[in-house]
Design a protein around this ligand. Sequence first.
Ligand code: PLP
Length: 477
Amino acid sequence: MDARRTTRELPAVNRVLRTLPPAGPGGHGASRAALVRAVREAIADLRREVLAGRDPGPAALAPEAVAAEALRRVATAAAGSLRTVVNLTGVVVHTNLGRSPLSRQVLSETADLLAGYTNLEYDVPARRRGSRNDHVASLLLRVVPAEAAFLVNNNAAAVLLALAELARGREVVVSRGELVEIGGAFRIPDVMAASGARLVEVGTTNRTRIADYERAIGPDTAMLFKAHRSNFRMEGFVEDASWEEVAALARGRGLSSVADLGSGMLADLPVPGAADEPSPAAIVRAGFDVVCFSGDKMLGGPQAGVVVGLADAVARMKRHPLARALRVGSFTIAAMEATLRRYLAGRLDEVPAVAALLAPASEVKARCARIVRRARSSGLPAGLALRVVSVAAEVGGGALPGHGIPSHGVEVRVEGASDAAVDAALRAGDPPILGRLTEGRVVLDPRTLLPGQEDVVVRALLGLPAAIAEATRDTGD
Ligand SMILES: *Cc1c(COP(=O)(O)O)cnc(C)c1O
């Protein structure tokens, strides 16, 4: 084949554009600039094919075919990549699935604010500049009593800022049992290094006593730091200095004290292990100068790092140059205020992550039974078997590790299909349905089922045998 002759057969950009229907209602809805770019890309790809000696065929070179390809490219790009998934994994604060969903009520209050200008940094009656840091504080301090509060981008940022302001260039004493890694990227020793503070490890992996902290304090010590172990639990021969002991020692020696709590449980939750989970209010009462936790773990709000503590320490953190780099925007402030308002009003049913943790096992069982009943009454397709089983859900987000929450799920089997095939077909749906594939069975735990998703699940179950048959045909096995 003669490559030079074939590249001359490529259509010109303008010829392709002329074949497109006009944009607008009934048309394709893509801007001219986006289309021109997509047409150029499609032609460039064809040119590469031809020059490489591969003949795309005369049909692919037709202006209409190139136009259709360009429209397809614009549509794919416009779809973006962030999409809804249905979380039926039994993990409530699922770090890979966006942690805490926000309720329609919280989002609608947030949207009302963000659709217009706000007093984000303006003191309206005084006609002067205000501070974005003042907004959440009064609400937050009603839920977590402390002298002062403010928000940063996430909990990792809160810890970084506390270390950078209160201990830069000096020593911070931490128990070896608390040098944790969270979520693969947040490691206490690395954050410490990034902040410019020097880590002094004390005790052993399994036992650290208050005397170990005491011995490590020297002229260069600035802070005692205590982290919640969060995502793992140690059993057996284990001893820790208590939060109260560490805070009292720091105060007695004139040192700062910072607690990294991770999850930030603000509500009394009837889940196993919750009684041992330190609440931010309890750690403030224990005497820590600064307490940091995430906004989107057990609190159930937007991604944020919450800082509460002594007025002086918090004010210093707000003034640090990094505070500007780690600050939150009005979306976070509005969504956090809307979430905290639910706590004050006792409307935790409107904080989805907390509502999911509050749901008794009997309620989750009733949801399972309803899903199965609805599927049966629509006529179960041949080969599909559904059964309600007992399972253990988890808080997730590194909170209450090792404590299962009694829950229920719908076990899904399709005759002749492996459990991996059932799981894959549910994942391939739109939206994808993510269940739990363990011990050779697929179980959907509706503890985290959100309003409106029951229909989606029932429909996916009814279509499952057909979807599996189709997937098997496609892969030819
Ligand atoms: C989750 C967690 C972090 C990180 O919080 P982000 O909000 O994800 O930045 C830090 N420390 C502890 C103890 C945690 O559990």
